[in-house]
Design a protein. Structure first.
Length: 194
């Protein structure tokens, strides 16, 4: 697979946001898909609030959406209402309790913190902006950066080889461009992004 830094940055940001969502929603006995479904129902019109359309919008199977609807209905977050003209069609409607739930859970705190921390930066490209967002999200979420070795503050480039200052082990060229759990972003690299 061709290396696509922009895609990888977006993917990592998405993973961090989903991780934060899972933490918040698990405390309520729900999954991110339940909130995505409720959020969609607050924004769709009367022609787009059926199980089939929700599944299409979320890119999920009808079975997955059906189970989510059942759970949300049991928790009194949404109602199933028959169509006035065609009894074969069922419309989904968010309840006041569902709306209250959405209002209480938004926005994800770490995203708001990250957005605030980069608002003053003059970023020159999409990659710089995404990288700055990713770093700010990781800091706000207190997660490891999982960056590549050659961007780590523990990476030492020598004449004939590289070394990890943390482990005191040599790094070959292939390892120096791979993801490491112990990564600590080199401030010099961070400064080039801000």
């Amino acid at each position: 697979m061709k290396d696509t830094p922009t895609f990888r940055l977006i993917e990592r940001i998405s993973n961090l946001l989903r991780s934060e969502e899972r933490k918040q929603y698990a405390a309520l006995g729900l999954q991110p898909v339940h909130f995505q479904l409720l959020d969609y129902l607050t924004r769709c019109n009367q022609f787009s609030n059926t199980l089939v359309v929700v599944a299409e919008y979320l890119g999920l199977t009808k079975g997955t959406v059906s189970k989510s609807i059942q759970l949300l209905e049991r928790k009194n977050y949404l109602l199933k209402l028959p169509d006035a003209n065609d009894r074969r069609v069922t419309h989904l409607q968010i309840t006041p309790q569902g709306e209250q739930l959405l209002n209480n859970i938004r926005p994800i705190d770490v995203f708001a913190k990250a957005q605030q921390s980069i608002s003053n930066q003059n970023l020159n490209s999409l990659d710089e902006a995404l990288h700055a967002i990713l770093c700010a999200l990781q800091k706000a979420n207190n997660t490891k950066s999982f960056g590549v070795c050659h961007t780590c503050s523990n990476f030492i480039k020598m004449d004939d080889h590289s070394l990890c200052n943390l482990t005191q082990l040599p790094l070959n060229e292939v390892d120096s461009i791979k993801i490491c759990r112990e990564h600590r972003l080199n401030p010099a690299i961070l400064n080039t992004l801000t």
